[in-house]
Design a protein around this ligand. Structure first.
Ligand code: SF4
Length: 375
């Protein structure tokens, strides 16, 4: 963990009411100002001639990277600082690699399948991260990042693969714990686990999922299976989400089923999970519609409302920015049912539109739209 300004200050003369307190030799007005700058790496510790060795040692230790980062043609592996995502965030998602044996008769077909494989989920598109090719005299020509097995073996990575699941998982946990908690140099290389060809797919999926959560930096498969990789990439996207940055989509007006000026209008915030739930319902409705997505720092509707990121004034400003009143003749906006209490407030602020309270859950939108037709 890095030292805070306050933790640094405790070692400086002013905190101890000692001689030279706030002497300004470091070009800072006070010892506290120096401590705050040092915590942000904006000044060197040597700028203070009175900084004790104990502080220098503590600082050196706190700045030591627990796990190294290994880079393969832009793919970063390792570099983690915490054991649990909620402590700060994970840095580099577990890389998914395929070991491609170019001596196998069908290797070119497998290569094509790997190249054609991709999944798109919550606004992100994923492919296999790396091909490690072996038994080839030539460099592999592929649009997927690749490396020969010989070159791969030279990387500073730790092979944590053991003869069974219990041993491998214990090794992964032990290495990561020693790297993070003790900053032990011996355990600072990123880890990988390799799965041999011909294993039971269900077992493979269960074991690989565990290793992805705790704590493999890379998983290597000798067989390529689209369903397995899709599952792992989906899990990976969830595990490696930064808890400080909610998944969000662009705030704008989205169109479904070729809407015109008389189409119905829904509204929600730019929280990705809400957006995709509502968008998929609107897409499947076969009714032309608009979805106005307001900027709310990726917060869900109720959170945004309680954090004052979804206020009547902000909604009015967004509609004006999107030019909605000029774009459509429709004069009704359907707001999420969870914001029913805002109806009056919104109507007072947004003079051009009537506010209709919609459903609490996205799955109920279809019945709700049918009920609108009947009215
Ligand atoms: Fe404090 Fe050291 Fe700066 Fe003097 S040089 S003000 S003692 S931090």
């Amino acid at each position: 963990m890095e030292l805070s300004g306050l933790q640094i200050f405790k070692y400086l003369p002013a905190a101890k009411k000692a001689e030279n307190s706030n002497c300004k030799k470091c070009n800072c007005p006070t010892c506290m100002a120096f401590a705050l700058k040092l915590a942000k790496n904006q000044i060197a510790i040597d700028a203070c001639p009175y900084a004790p060795d104990e502080l220098k040692e503590k600082l050196e230790y706190s700045q030591k990277q627990p796990q190294k980062t290994v880079e393969i043609d832009g793919l970063k592996i390792g570099g983690e600082n915490v054991l649990y995502r909620h402590e700060k965030t994970f840095i580099n998602p577990t890389a998914i690699a395929i070991m491609l044996d170019c001596s196998k008769p069908d290797w070119e077909n497998t290569l094509k399948r790997i190249e054609n494989f991709e999944i798109t989920r919550v606004n992100e598109t994923f492919k296999v991260d790396l091909i490690i090719y072996k038994n080839s005299t030539e460099n592999l020509k592929s649009n997927i990042r690749n490396i020969s097995e010989e070159e791969f073996q030279k990387l500073q990575l730790y092979n944590a693969t053991d003869k069974d699941f219990v041993l491998t998982s214990s090794k992964l946990i032990d290495i990561r714990t020693k790297a993070i908690q003790e900053k032990n140099e011996k355990y600072s290389n990123p880890t990988y686990v390799k799965f041999e060809s011909g294993q039971d797919l269900n077992l493979l999926c269960a074991q690989a999922s565990f290793y992805l959560c705790k704590y493999a930096n890379m998983l290597i498969f000798e067989d390529f299976d689209e369903t397995l990789i899709s599952t792992l990439l989906t899990l990976r996207q969830n595990i490696f989400t930064d808890p400080q940055k909610p998944l969000q989509v662009e705030a704008k007006i989205y169109e479904f089923n070729n809407p015109d000026e008389n189409s119905i209008i829904f509204m929600t915030t730019n929280f990705a999970l809400t957006f995709f739930a509502v968008a998929s319902e609107l897409e499947n409705l076969n009714v032309p519609s608009y979805l106005v997505v307001t900027p709310a720092e990726g917060m869900s509707v109720l959170t945004a409302w309680s954090a004052e990121k979804f206020t009547a004034k902000m909604v009015a400003k967004t509609l004006k920015k999107f030019n909605l009143a000029e774009k459509v003749k429709t004069r009704k906006i359907i707001i999420p049912g969870l914001l029913a209490h805002m109806k009056q407030e919104l109507e007072e602020e947004i003079k051009d539109f009537e506010i209709v309270v919609g459903t609490i859950e996205a799955y109920a939108i279809s019945d709700f739209v049918k009920s609108l037709d009947q009215n």
